[in-house]
Write a protein that binds this ligand. Sequence first.
Ligand SMILES: [Zn+2]
Length: 325
Amino acid sequence: MTQLTRRMLLGGAAATGAALALNPIPVRAAAPPVGKQATSFYRSKLGSFEVTVISDGVRVAPIPNGWVKNASQEQVLAAAEAAYMPKGSLVAPFNPLVINTGSKLVLMDTGFGPGVGPTVGQLTSVMAASGIDPKSIDIVAISHMHGDHILGLKNADGSLAFPNAEIMVPAADWAFWMNDDNAAKYKDPFNTAQMGFNRKIFGNLKDNVTQYQPGKELTSGITAIEASGHTPGQCVFVIASGNSKLLFQADVTNVPDLFLRNPDWHVMFDHEPEKAVTTRKRIHDMAAAEKILVHGFHYPFPALGYSEKAGNGYRMVPVAWNPML
Ligand SMILES: [Zn+2]
């Protein structure tokens, strides 16, 4: 058996040095660093369906005090640090999903759209790089009406980013967010911002959206399931083809290193925190028991994995990267 010793390493280096001296490699100019992340999409098969996860981008931001209402700042920072996030900050990814069912091209949630920040709003450009023309999207299925899931419906000039698509929104979210009495009632900064985003996106589209109810089959093979709590009307989508199933869990849990591991935590974005906890456990107990592949909008790219019970919560087991379809 060969053992690698320090002497062998040094000897090897000396031999290499000697070889280099005899055959000098021409000196080339240093390559400048590229300085930006690659366009990120990931494609896989689900039965006869084709699934493409498209990164809208990632945000890295300091975790504010009170971000989790029922845990101390120390606990939250420790959970982020245990996940090797930059000290004091949260790394939050945004991952819309495209399903090609063979007869329909369905986009699930849209990311931030243009103008929100340099590291997000990349959905349409990455989609085009993945070979999908935004004009060919037939349905945009919205899980819930928060800014990071709806703002990408429009281009910078206010035109529709997916001009030929039917836009489907959960009826209970529409009733809540488009109600002007609620806009007057929920005056905190977060809800005020969301009310503004919904008016900006949907203000001139009131007659051009389809409201759906939980249980509705949005198109053949894609069914909406009730998952409220995070918002009044959030739905998740079960995508089924042949014997294969994928659960688009939207924001039932946010970043998994914090909120799957601590499913009882109340992130400040949850509209009804106790209900959000109940929903989170119902959905992920089911996913763990049935070993369903799960997509998480705020999971690390490519945002696909499995939920397993662990400790007082769950752990996310990332899908094995598959180079072939
Ligand atoms: Zn979200």
